[in-house]
Structure formats: C-alpha cells, structure tokens
Design a protein around this ligand. Structure first.
Ligand code: ADP
Ligand code: MG
Length: 293
C-alpha cells in the first residue's frame, strides 16, 4: 500500500483562537510500499501528529488536505477505519504501557477481536501463536502468564505482538527504542527487519536516534515547525551539514567521521551506513599506502 499525503494540515484547538496550534502545516509526501521510512525532527515539529493520521487516530479535518493509504481515503468520513487499523499497525513510545489483560494470550488476542472479524477459537490461537513466535517469545511458556510478570523487554515484545497479530502491511512506530539499552535496541531493530521480510511491507519509524535512522532507513523525512522540510536518502539528508545544524539535528557517527576525515584531506565518500563507511575508509587507507610506495 502506498501512502500519499497531500497538503495535510492539522490544527489543535482550532476553535479556541488563543490556544490554536498548527501542528502540521501543508505536508506533502509519498511513502512507497517497501520503504523503511524514517521521520526525524526537533521535539514539537509535528512528527507524532503526522503519524497518528496514518491509522485514523487523528482524523483528516475538513479542507485540511488529503491522505490515502492504499485504497483507503482517510479524508472520507465513510472510510472503513476498522479495516484500515488492521492494515496499519501503530506502536507508541513505551508500548508496554498499553498492556492491560490478565494473560499474555488475551492481550495479544484483543488486537484481533477488536477488528470485528468472526474468527474461530482455532484461528485466534494460531494467529496469537505466530505473533508471539515472530517477536521471539515461546507461546507455550508465556501464553498463560500475566504480562506484568514479564521482564521489560518481554513486555515490549508482547505489546508488539498485539499490534502485528492482524498482520498489518504498514507498521508505524513513534520513538519505539526510547528507554532500551544498546542490546535491547539492537534486538528491537532486528525484529523490525524480520517483520519487514515477512508480511510488513512498509515501516515508518519516528526517532531521535540519527544512527538508527541512517543505518536502517532507505528514506528519511525531516520535520520542522510542522513542515516536511526535506526528504531523501540518508546520504542526501546528512550531506547538507548547514541544514542539519540549522534544524538543530545531530549527525550520525558515520557522517560525522566522514566529515572529520574530509577536513584532514581524506576522501572517504560513502552512503553513511556502517558497512559503507568502513569500506570507504579501508579503500582510502589502501590508496594512501599505494601512493606512499
Ligand atoms: P513531535 O512529535 O515532533 O514532538 P507533536 O506532533 O507532538 O510533535 O507536536 C506538534 C505541535 O503540536 C507542538 O507544538 C505540540 O505542542 C502541539 N501538540 C501536540 N499534541 C497536542 C495536543 N494534544 N493539544 C494541543 N497541542 C498539541
Ligand atoms: Mg512525538
């Protein structure tokens, strides 16, 4: 499913004049099926407001632009939002805070029952089993447990299982790695790639972590003051040093080191992925050695 936002605008408290906040302002963007799309930008730039539109959590206002997700026209009042939400999964910061049921099974199954389809008990348990397995939990040993007995990392996995149990084609994550240690973060990113190889076709991730978006996303959109000010590959985004500074963003370590080397007269031009950076540095080094002989 392709996602197309056209001139999308959202104003909080529009009716009360003094309090109105133009949170997003004329955002036009296309996110293609297959993208691992990163969204970055300063706090308050409108990232969360934008992504909450994608599954209809925030509705497209009248005369506030257009938004389609596949065949769903979200600016149409008659849009099938239930159907849409089964196709577009949404994971928030600290997703484990959304857990509520008495058992892990019930928590994950809730996502399914909520979409109104008449599923047999068997279909439900098989969907719950595969959702728990894909997030790396053993179905038989966790299904009867209370989610609250689990470790932090396991809770987060259960919460994700509850989102992906409907096999969404699009997965939207709003700052999902906040509060994870480096190991937890790596495991989480591995999980996203695993999902991206199966039924999740498109991933949209909001993050403050420039290394994370640079390494994992094929495209990045930069928000500032409610506007999408730039969109492109990680290389395109992090090559404009002045703009990055102006937007008060930081550089991923690969782009930073490439710049440091450039100042020292070493050309290690690369795509700013870790592998790309290492390869470029090794070739620059080999070239220099050859030159020395
Ligand atoms: P980000 O996710 O980039 O930090 P948000 O989308 O949360 O940005 O916020 C964009 C703007 O909208 C900010 O000025 C913020 O203060 C405002 N805002 C966000 N949520 C609300 C709300 N529920 N009511 C009023 N203003 C809000
Ligand atoms: Mg936010």
């Amino acid at each position: 499913m392709q996602i197309v936002a056209q001139n999308l605008t959202y104003i909080y408290s529009e009716k009360s004049k003094g309090l109105a906040v133009r949170a997003i302002d004329g955002v036009t963007v296309t996110i293609n099926e297959g993208d691992f799309f990163g969204i970055i930008g300063h706090t308050g730039s409108g990232k969360s407001t934008f992504v909450q539109h994608l599954n209809g959590l925030i509705k497209v206002g009248k005369d506030k632009g257009g938004l389609t997700v596949g065949e769903y026209d979200l600016s149409d009042k008659k849009c099938d939002f239930k159907g849409l939400r089964a196709k577009v999964g949404m994971v928030f910061q600290y997703p484990e805070h959304q857990l509520f049921a008495e058992t892990v099974f019930d928590d994950v199954a809730f996502g399914l029952k909520n979409y109104g389809k008449d599923l047999s008990e068997e279909q439900i348990s098989s969907a719950v089993r595969s959702a728990l397995e894909i997030v790396g939990l053993d179905y038989d040993s966790v299904k009867e447990k209370s989610p609250f007995e689990l470790s932090g990392g396991q809770k987060r996995r259960v919460a994700i299982a509850g989102v992906i149990v409907t096999k969404p084609e699009v997965l939207v994550l709003d700052e999902p790695v906040a509060g994870l240690d480096p190991r937890g973060k790596t495991e989480f990113i591995d999980l996203l790639h695993r999902l991206h190889k199966t039924f999740v076709k498109t991933i949209i991730i909001v993050s403050h972590d420039m290394n994370l978006v640079c390494e994992n996303c094929n495209r990045i959109g930069v928000f500032s003051e409610g506007k999408l000010v730039k969109e492109g590959s990680p290389k395109e985004i992090f090559s404009s040093l002045d703009q990055i500074k102006e937007l008060k963003l930081s550089l991923p370590v690969t782009a930073f080191l490439t710049e440091v080397l450039k100042e020292k007269g070493v050309n290690a031009d690369n795509d700013f992925t870790e592998d790309g950076f290492v390869d470029a540095v090794v070739s620059a080094y080999m070239e220099r050695k050859r030159g020395d002989k």
